[in-house]
Write a protein that binds this ligand. Sequence first.
Ligand code: FAD
Ligand code: DHB
Length: 391
Amino acid sequence: PRTQVGIVGAGPAGLFLAEMLRRHGIGSVILEARSREYVEHRVRAGVLEQGTVDAMAELGVDERLRSEGLLHEGFELRFDGEGHRIDMQALCGRAITVYGQQEVVKDLTDAHLAGGGTILFEAGDVALHDFEGDAPSITFTHDGAAHTLACDFIAGCDGFHGVSRPSVPDGVLTVYERVYPFAWLGILAHAEPSSEELIYANHERGFALQSMRSPSVTRLYLQVTPDEQLDDWSDTRIWEELQRRMETRDGSFRLNEGEIFDRGITPMRSFVVEPMQHGRLFLAGDAAHIVPPTGAKGLNVAVSDVQNLSEALVAFYETGERTALDGYSARCLRRIWRVEHFSWFMTSMLHRPHDQDPFEMQLQRSQLRYVTSSHAARESLAENYAGLPRE
Ligand code: FAD
Ligand code: DHB
């Protein structure tokens, strides 16, 4: 078979790209290693910036998002047992929407297949060829047979552990990386959220976060060490730890508890490769960069990457103009480094390294007091959290 754009990976980056291209009459085939069932049930991010919501609306896939998504105009930072609201709407005129990543993935998959798009799930042995020349191709197995997909361009949207980035010859990519001494233990529970807005808590025992998925499902996270085993965390221990880290000085706050029906541990890292393109291969989303989850940016920056890529591909197919394609990496990286900084900043401000010295602890508290009391600092926090406009 042959297509215009061969896309590796049916996560948010690959699906948004395929659907944006389809709306412009550009053909693509998505090759996805996992099953549809697996991809649609993988629990991950939950915070959508306005730009991501707008991208869903432009594609006409926002019907469920509009009815089930939860609009949040502010969030809370809690430290020293007290809460401080950051009023995003008042500070920067923008808000965020809480809607699970797997719901975004379901909506895009449904729309893409209904519109005649092709997604090959459970594609095996995916390998990229000849993208340094004019005739790239992708080989893979599907339904027990070997196939070659010829294409004009390859979009590597296969996440951090995919094949696209490692296919680039040695010496081309520069890697920037930081691994943190923390991980997040995340749960979903059948419990009414205890606060209408997200709560990011800095506590001497470590970071905790209250989020949600619906009026009856709470999403909660705890800072743990990267080598922590889920088996060591009974439901009782998880709830006790969450209650302690979320407590307020006046004792008035209690988290609503309920049946835990999903749990997982995610390590935390910052990672960027430059450039995000080589020949006719373009990397997008987690395939090119990772942020620690504290700023809720991973999914959103994956979407802004593929907005840039689809605009560049549309310009190329409509006019033959290559300038936008050539500038793809540089354009993406300006936004990514802002997001990398913000995610690192939020992570550093809110987590407690187990060997934190008293000097660092005082700096952290001072930063938290500043960011919640100075108008200028709150405004800066709000505009980064809500998401800066795309260039
Ligand atoms: P992905 O969603 O990773 O999609 C890549 C796709 O490529 C996958 O479907 C994968 O199966 C497929 N693939 C991989 N290898 C191959 C191959 N060889 N051949 C074919 N297909 C392949 N962000 C937040 O903001 N908040 C969070 O709480 C949060 N939690 C996370 C938890 C985990 C465990 C992970 C991994 C990420 C989390 N993130 C979170 C980050 C966010 O989910 C990602 O930034 C987002 O999924 C990026 O989308 P993507 O499409 O680039 O990559
Ligand atoms: C969620 C995830 C995040 O990384 C974050 O900063 C806020 C909320 C969530 O899964 O709901």
